[in-house]
Design a protein around this ligand. Structure first.
Ligand code: ADP
Ligand code: ASP
Ligand code: MG
Length: 442
């Protein structure tokens, strides 16, 4: 029998009622044997996610030696979930134990991981399934990245012959033997790791939207659903900010050609979005598949006559950034100009000054200029590589909306055009591109 792995996100864990939906989804298909869960997310717009409450616990622990005050909110969330579900499960004993271990370990990752741990304990009770702690089967390497091979082996061994199991997402064990988390949103990666380990027929990612939408639904009202995406398109869109799926979740499943299906826990009847390997991908026929973006980039613009005939110019510039431990997201360049696009979160004023001075010293540019508060918007689609004039349509749409383009980068894959605009123009720019490609005939 083929096996499906189902990952349920934060909103699918938010309260007892939604967890009942989860149970009926799992009970509705015998192939849905292995479940990965997130920590409870928001119940309403200004609610606080459990993971954020846990980061507060860690901060309190550092400043006062206890996390009692912040942990009370975590305790209340889980106690009310258990109550709503009418479970005969002594959650308060588990919460006491958890608080004690948080205070003893004093490890931020451990503390943050407890939302997933507690969710999984509860869902295992609800489903009558085995609880498998991610700490015992998901491993990281010395350099902090996932140790895929070791994790796949451990998960496959642990789940072999098991009828149903629930695993917490987001964390595993580091080489120092302590709990370590992925980056935020990382339960999506855990789900992919389990899918790969058991060679699932599909990795179902259950969330609160009916699939991957052509752009962020918080910016454009009811954007069109994308029926099919290739792994490559997913990677471009999720990396550029479409956070419905963590951009690293693709790696574990890609090698095994396991498709990902995005589904809505609140509307399980909706088809959702299929994310497929290129071998199974049938183009949608649309020019543009989706639009995604992120705010807060800093651009270092460098001009020097004949820079592109100067051997090692780019390498020398990049070595200045590497020395400061700063990575570059994009490097659009011309004959005499190049721009370094950097995530502003990775820069302090002091670091930026050092980088500018370093570049001046190393390559003596004619001009160097900093442009900050830049938002990047990616327009992505396989259809773009075979069609002339797509970029022109993007820029015309942006110009017609009276938005000033600060930077352009056409990805080498030819399926991605990245535009840099001022942060304040971000939403307006996405709406303009969306209207151009989705509100009229493609
Ligand atoms: P989960 O808790 O299930 O992991 P996330 O909050 O991480 O869910 O991701 C789902 C959210 O992603 C949606 O509620 C939506 O607001 C947001 N989102 C951003 N871009 C997109 C997009 N292109 N398509 C669908 N959802 C998107
Ligand atoms: N709970 C974690 C977070 O909020 C991981 C996840 O939801 O995927 O980032
Ligand atoms: Mg998520």
């Amino acid at each position: 029998m083929s096996v499906k792995v189902c990952k349920f996100g934060g909103t699918s864990m938010a309260d007892g009622n939604v967890i009942r939906n989860v149970k009926s989804i799992i009970d509705g298909d015998a192939e849905r044997k292995f479940v990965v869960v997130s920590a409870p997310g928001k119940r309403y717009s200004d609610d606080i996610k459990v993971t954020d409450l846990l980061y507060k616990c860690h901060a309190e622990l550092l400043s006062c030696g206890s996390c009692a005050e912040s942990f009370a909110a975590v305790r209340a969330r889980f106690s009310s979930i258990v109550k709503e579900l009418g479970l005969n499960f002594d959650i308060s004993a588990v919460l006491d134990e958890t608080q004690a271990r948080i205070e003893c370990e004093q490890n931020e990752d451990f503390t943050a991981s407890r939302g997933e741990y507690l969710s999984a304990r509860i869902v295992a009770e609800v489903l009558g399934a085995k609880f498998v702690d991610a700490e015992t089967v998901v491993f990281f390497k010395e350099n902090g990245s996932l140790d895929g091979e070791r994790s796949y082996r451990a998960i496959a061994a642990e789940l072999s012959g098991v009828e149903r199991a629930v695993l917490p997402g987001f964390y595993g064990k580091g080489v120092d033997g302590r709990v370590k988390t992925f980056s935020r949103g990382g339960s999506d990666i855990s789900g992919a790791v389990v899918a790969r380990a058991v060679n699932a027929s599909v990795y179902e990612n259950w969330t609160d939207v009916s699939g991957f939408l052509a752009c962020d639904p918080r910016i454009v009202q009811s954007p069109k659903r994308i029926k099919r995406l290739s792994y490559k398109e997913l990677r471009e869109l999720s990396y550029m900010g479409a956070n419905v799926l963590h951009s690293d979740s693709i790696f574990p499943v890609r090698r095994a050609n396991i498709p990902i299906q995005i589904k809505n826990t609140f509307r399980p009847q909706d088809e959702g979005t299929a994310i497929l390997p290129s071998s199974r991908y049938v183009p949608s026929g649309n020019l543009v598949t989706g639009i995604a973006g992120k705010k807060n980039f800093t651009v270092i613009f460098i001009e020097k006559s004949h820079m592109n005939s100067e051997v090692g110019f780019i390498r020398d510039v990049l070595s200045v950034l590497a020395a400061e431990g700063v990575s570059v997201e994009h490097i659009p360049s011309g004959i005499d100009t190049m721009s370094l696009v950097i995530d502003s979160h990775s820069l302090t004023d002091a670091k930026l000054n050092k980088i500018v001075e370093g570049i001046k010293e190393t390559v003596a540019p004619d001009l160097i200029r900093i442009i900050d508060n830049i938002a990047l918007i990616a327009t992505v689609g396989h259809g773009m590589s075979s069609s002339v004039g797509t970029s022109a349509r993007i820029f015309k749409a942006i110009a017609d909306a009276d938005i000033n383009v600060k930077m352009i980068d056409q990805g080498s894959s030819e399926m991605n055009v990245i535009t840099g605009v001022k942060n304040e123009d971000y939403e307006k720019c996405i709406r303009a591109i969306y209207a151009e490609f989705f509100n009229r005939e493609n």
